[in-house]
Design a binder for this molecule. Structure first.
Ligand code: ZN
Length: 318
């Protein structure tokens, strides 16, 4: 008998990553989509299309797990609020079950990423784990004594909206706050800081790319930093410092054994994490700061997809 397979979908703020995942967490038939902009109907259509594409490659896939960048109501699987996608007030789980004709399990995208890393990734064996996903925004997942912490209705653990600079830049999307961690340390923030550095330092590789007409994104800054551009490295060091301030707060509040950092921006690796670790060592309280390990996600940018598949394999989620 062939092993049970499910479809995992990570519907992030900018793009969708999906795939067919088996019980051993092997991934096949990956599916990628960029949002075409547009409204709620368009976003839901893209998700349905992605599931159908994966299903065409694996007709035996019995159920679907979906991570969405939303506050997901535990009782109903409804999307109560979303900073980055037009999904506020959408009865998401029921709607997907109806459109797909399959069992569908839903949770917040960073919660499912945390689940993947806790069960089978960089935080395996730990009981107290915090996950940060650095992408368009910053998602947070908190595992307390082996269980996901979701808050009263499902809106908790939004660590990306922890304020680290009261007078900092306005936050993104639908967040009314300023100086949130995600305004200072997300992939978007890396791109913004990179563009400022390009303007400031005309001799840098960043400035050269800008003159050649390329858009300065977080991914480009990271690529140039790995290539050794001093201005790009400087950006990652500064952003890594902001990340460290956020993680120092997390360490003081939760005393986790492991903080896992994932999402697309973790492509920066130690160029981002070393400055973060240095700030945590300097600012967080002992002994928690000495206990915690700050590590990159084992599943990289696929943690959300694998975690979403785990929801379906467990028939869990909200
Ligand atoms: Zn915010």
């Amino acid at each position: 008998m062939s092993p049970r397979r499910v479809i995992g979908i990570d519907a992030g703020g900018t793009k969708l990553v999906g795939g067919v995942v088996d019980e051993g967490l092997g991934v096949r038939h990956r599916v990628h989509r960029l949002w075409r902009g547009g409204d709620r109907g368009e976003v839901l259509d893209v998700i349905v299309e992605a599931v159908e594409e994966a299903r065409a490659a694996a007709p035996d896939a019995a159920s679907v797990g979906i991570g969405i960048p939303s506050l997901v109501e535990r009782e109903t699987g409804a999307s109560m609020f979303s900073t980055h996608l037009p999904l506020e007030g959408v009865p998401f789980r029921d709607l997907m079950r109806e459109r797909l004709g399959l069992p569908v399990y839903v949770d917040n995208d960073a919660n499912v990423a945390a689940l993947a890393e806790f069960r089978a990734g960089a935080a395996q064996g730990a009981r107290h784990v915090v996950m940060l996903t650095l992408g368009t925004g910053i998602g947070g997942g908190v595992i307390v004594d082996g269980r996901l912490y979701r808050g009263a209705r499902g809106g908790g653990a939004e660590l990306g909206h922890m304020v680290i600079d009261e007078d900092g830049p306005p936050c993104q999307g639908a967040c009314p706050n300023r100086g949130c961690l995600e305004a200072m340390a997300s992939g978007t923030a890396i791109g913004r800081e990179g563009a400022a550095a390009a303007a400031r330092e005309p001799e840098s590789a960043l400035a050269r790319e800008l003159r050649e007409g390329r858009e300065i994104t977080g991914a480009l800054v990271t690529e140039l930093a790995h290539d050794g551009d001093a201005a790009a490295r400087d950006v990652l060091e500064r952003v890594g410092g902001h990340l460290g301030v956020g993680i120092a707060n997390i360490v003081n509040v939760f005393e986790p054994e492991v903080v896992v950092v994932g999402g697309g921006a973790i492509a920066g690796g130690d160029l981002l994490l070393e400055p973060a670790r240095a700030v945590v060592a300097e600012r967080a309280l002992p002994p928690s700061r000495d206990l915690v390990r700050i590590v990159p996600a084992h599943f990289g940018g696929e943690a959300g997809m694998v975690g979403a598949a785990l929801l379906a394999l467990d028939e869990g989620g909200v």
